[in-house]
Design a protein around this ligand. Structure first.
Ligand code: GLY
Length: 338
């Protein structure tokens, strides 16, 4: 079992990574908790056995259930169950579940402890760690939310045995991101140690910049194009798949801006396309103009088009990227265009 600490002063917590980690759940619940509401989805099929009184609430699947109506429904269930601010919410599922459970907990009685049991690879290496919670509104993804750190996180690797292939690939998109962020030889590690190392990398970044005023933005490597691709495909392209393509695009962009060599672009194709077997371009035709417009709407785009880009000093946030360079990067990717 790997135990990784997210250092955040009095809000520090542990992430347990390993086969059978779910057995550690009782031990990491806040001592004050006398009752728990487990928030999950019917298809997750992982029911924690708890020593304290508990009830389970299933929420719907997909981005369309990640909304304020679901938060209201959960709040009503919390009220019916008599959940107090010293009790605990337990999110059991992938990133969607832990984002929703986390936001419901952050809002309930102005902040009730939450513990996450991540059952997907995206959840384990990214979503369940770091306290970002939230839901979507019609105008965009995750626009309503809060930073609310969990009291602990469980990553039970047994859950990955039944994870659908597509969801596994989505997680690998995020794992590939950590290769480029750190330069670590993650490939030399067996999968459990690789996941634990990704958790360690994320924990360190979150500890240094919990509220994303600086270095935490690096976790968005590949995400500027990814968010635009997700939206323009009406979310038929999943997040991790879009991140994989987004990192390839970011590599080309860094190259046309003379920040990295062609060899480094090739590294991206090797790690993303060959090692992790992820698609390096979308199957569908893309609309370049629409994607550029969507990228202008990106949350990071406070001073012109902003990207997280590789370069001589490593990966950093780069603002004021020109449309000429975007065009050159799109040309280099040889995408199917409308
Ligand atoms: N998923 C990006 C972050 O937690 O900052």
């Amino acid at each position: 079992m790997h135990k990784i600490k997210v250092e955040l002063g009095e809000r520090s917590y542990s992430v347990m990574v390993g086969h059978g980690a779910i057995n550690q759940l009782d031990a990491i619940l806040p001592k004050s908790a006398k009752r728990a509401v487990v928030v999950t989805q019917s298809q997750i099929g992982l029911q924690p056995e708890l020593k304290i009184d508990s009830t389970t609430v299933a929420i719907g699947g997909g981005e369309e259930s990640k909304n304020l109506q679901t938060i209201e429904m959960l709040a009503q269930k919390f009220a019916e169950f008599g959940l107090t601010r010293s009790d605990v919410v337990i999110g059991v599922g992938g990133g969607m579940v832990t984002d929703v459970a986390g936001f419901a907990a952050a809002s309930w009685h102005r902040g009730t402890p939450v513990v996450h049991v991540a059952t997907s690879l995206v959840g384990m290496v990214d979503a369940a760690i770091g306290g970002k919670t939230g839901v979507n509104i019609a105008q965009g993804k995750n626009l309503v939310g809060a930073f609310w750190q969990p009291s602990g996180v469980i990553c039970d690797l047994d859950a990955l045995k039944t994870l659908p292939d597509r969801e596994m690939r989505c997680g690998l998109g995020e794992v590939a991101k950590y290769h480029f962020l750190t330069g670590d030889d993650l490939l030399s590690l067996a999968m459990p140690e690789r996941i634990a190392r990704c958790v360690e990398i994320k924990a360190k970044i979150v500890s240094a910049d919990e509220r994303e005023t600086g270095s935490r933005a690096l976790l968005n490597y590949g995400h500027t194009l990814a968010h635009a691709l997700e939206r323009s495909s009406n979310f038929s392209l999943a997040h991790g798949e879009a991140v994989a393509v987004g990192m390839i695009f970011a590599a080309h962009l860094a190259h046309v801006m003379q920040r990295i060599t062609k060899h480094r672009v090739d590294d991206h194709y090797t790690v993303i396309g060959e090692t992790y077997g992820l698609k390096v371009k979308p199957d569908e035709k893309i609309d370049r103009r629409k994607l550029i417009d969507l990228m202008h709407l990106d949350k990071k785009a406070v001073s012109g088009l902003t990207f997280v880009l590789d370069g001589p000093k490593g990966i950093e946030v780069v603002s004021g990227v020109s449309e000429k360079h975007l065009d050159q990067a799109f040309d280099a990717m040889q995408l199917n265009e409308k």
